[in-house]
Design a protein around this ligand. Structure first.
Ligand SMILES: C[S@@+](CC[C@H](N)C(=O)[O-])C[C@H]1O[C@@H](n2cnc3c(N)ncnc32)[C@H](O)[C@@H]1O
Length: 229
């Protein structure tokens, strides 16, 4: 019964629900100090290279990638970490409060090559004009969103990513049947691969304790010439 109710709960999730819920948290008193300190700790612990992310390792294999697109950048620690690896970072985040925290925690004087953009990824990504291979990063963003939005985001990544681009998603995937509940969506490998027809995806990462799923998806867009749909 509980399972059925959870599955049904997915139908009441609205388009902007993840943004609204996170934004309310970012606007709460004390959130700046809390997320700044948590972000600094993540950076110190090299959290971008934990098994669900593996960003440093991926970039070491792709030294020609000099731009990062951090999709759903939250309060900015991933963008700051990747900036410290020498990349230019385009951070996309719908919450103005989160961007405000990011800019205060990682000021432009120390992080000159991060640009913070407020808006939904599905609207901002198609406006990017990238001329060199880039890394597309999401950290627990797409697993909160409905298929409709994730499909748009994946299509936009495919359209704007130059050949030779890579992706590192700390997002859920499962060997078994996909399952969905409100704000938590586990998609199958086949589903993810169908979103990235020109990319070779690799699945790995960390197995989640409560559930038969993992977090960690990587991809490389072939350097070949493909015609876009
Ligand atoms: C769980 S937080 C993760 C933040 C950050 N990636 C991290 O690892 O700390 C999910 C983030 O996705 C953002 N978000 C929600 N809907 C989005 C959308 N359509 N496009 C981009 N970001 C979105 C939320 O505002 C929130 O900051």
């Amino acid at each position: 019964m509980k399972k059925i109710l959870k599955a049904l709960s997915t139908f009441i999730q609205g388009q902007e629900e993840s943004f609204k819920r996170h934004n309310a948290q970012y606007e709460a008193p004390g959130k700046f100090e809390q997320d700044r300190d948590a972000g600094y700790k993540n950076i110190q612990e090299d959290r971008i290279n934990w098994p669900d992310f593996g960003i440093r390792d991926l970039l070491a294999k792709h030294p020609n990638v000099k731009t990062a697109v951090d999709i759903g950048s939250g309060t900015g620690w991933v963008a700051a970490s990747v900036h410290s690896l020498g990349l230019n970072v385009i951070a996309l985040e719908p919450s103005a409060a989160a961007i405000d925290i990011s800019k205060r925690a990682y000021p432009a004087e120390s992080y000159p090559n991060i640009t913070w953009h407020q808006g939904f990824a599905e609207e901002l990504l198609p406006t990017l004009r990238l001329t060199e291979p880039a890394i597309f990063i999401t950290g627990c963003v797409l697993s909160h969103l409905r298929d409709k939005e994730v499909e748009k985001i994946c299509r936009a990544i495919c359209a704007v990513a130059p050949a030779g681009s890579v992706l590192a998603f700390s997002e859920c995937w499962s060997e078994k049947k996909p399952w969905h509940q409100r704000m938590w969506h586990i998609r199958s490998k086949a589903w993810w691969q169908s979103q990235f027809p020109e990319w070779t995806l690799t699945f790995g990462g960390t197995k989640h304790d409560q559930g038969d799923y993992y977090m960690g998806i990587w991809g490389e867009k072939s350097a070949g010439n493909f015609s876009k749909e």
